[in-house]
Write a protein that binds this ligand. Structure first.
Ligand code: NAD
Length: 261
């Protein structure tokens, strides 16, 4: 399905990004990874995605998504090492939960920079090559929190709404080019980022972690189960495949019905 394509997936050493990178590689694409982690975790991710590509380890960029110059260098490295950047998945993200009056300034700025502004810099750097080569797919991993809000997540909700807005505006600009730009809006997905929120909720409400998950974290996710990373990867694969050229500027939900309410 992605035979001959090259892809850059940010934040792909873990969670959703790693599943997307693996899904792309298994579908025939050459993939560059990016993200933080312990050296052995990064090596394991590179080996896993590399095996699907038929090489010992996949290419990798250590770029920090809060640094525009590193984002530009990452896109340039993808074009140099893989020959192109046909597919860009803006996925890197962090979370921080706090009442707005106590929200640390530096944490707020960092979430806006990594979860939102990085998407602008990566798109700006990758788009000229996509247009010149006559094919491009931009997928921004937003969130259900790009469409609706929750309390105590001001930075995250603002950043993800901004990602959806950026997606729509870019999509309109490039509508007559062979490039598309879409957002994916997952509900709660079983990853380290989301699982880390269960224990504090259990402690706060004095209940078991199972109860904290269904009654508090997944209170608005009607399926009452995690979305799985493979399900999100499949949606990204569709958006980058051969029959999705008319899907442009959308924010596709994969949230167990959360935003249907
Ligand atoms: P995760 O913590 O498993 O992975 C996040 C990835 O981003 C990691 O590879 C990490 O190293 C990388 N990263 C963090 N800061 C970075 C930086 N400054 N520069 C480069 N890479 C950086 O989280 P995840 O749940 O897989 O989240 C991936 C994306 O999906 C995020 O944008 C998140 O907001 C979004 N999302 C997650 C959920 C969920 O429930 N897990 C739901 C909706 C949206």
């Amino acid at each position: 399905k992605l035979e001959g394509r090259t892809a850059l997936v940010t934040g792909s050493t873990s969670g959703i990004g790693l599943a997307i990178a693996l899904g792309f590689a298994e579908s025939g694409a050459k993939v560059m990874l990016n993200g933080f982690g312990k050296p052995e975790e990064i090596a394991a991710a590179r080996a896993k995605v590399g095996a699907a590509m038929g090489v010992a380890e996949s290419p990798y960029s250590p770029a920090d998504m809060s640094k525009p110059e590193e984002i530009r260098a990452m896109v340039a490295a993808c074009e140099a090492e893989l020959g192109a950047c046909d597919i860009l998945v803006n996925n890197a993200g962090i979370q921080f939960v706090s009442p707005v009056e106590e929200f640390p300034d530096d944490k707020f700025d960092r979430i806006i920079a990594i979860n939102f502004v990085s998407n602008f810099h990566a798109i700006k750097a990758a788009l000229p090559g996509m247009k010149a080569r006559g094919f491009g797919r931009i997928v921004n991993v937003a969130s259900a929190h790009g469409l609706v809000a929750s309390p105590f997540k001001t930075a995250y909700v603002a950043a993800k709404h901004a990602v959806v807005g950026l997606t729509k505006s870019v999509a309109l600009e490039i509508a007559r080019s062979p490039v598309t730009c879409n957002a994916i809006c997952p509900g709660f997905v079983r990853t380290p980022l989301a699982e880390a929120q269960v224990k504090p909720l259990a402690e706060k409400h004095g209940v078991s972690e199972d109860k904290a998950l269904t009654d508090y974290l997944l209170d608005r996710q009607p399926t009452k189960r995690w979305v799985e990373v493979e399900e999100v990867a499949e949606m990204a694969l569709y958006l980058c495949g051969p029959n999705s050229g008319s899907v442009n500027g959308t924010a596709l939900s994969i949230d167990g019905g959360w935003t249907a309410q």
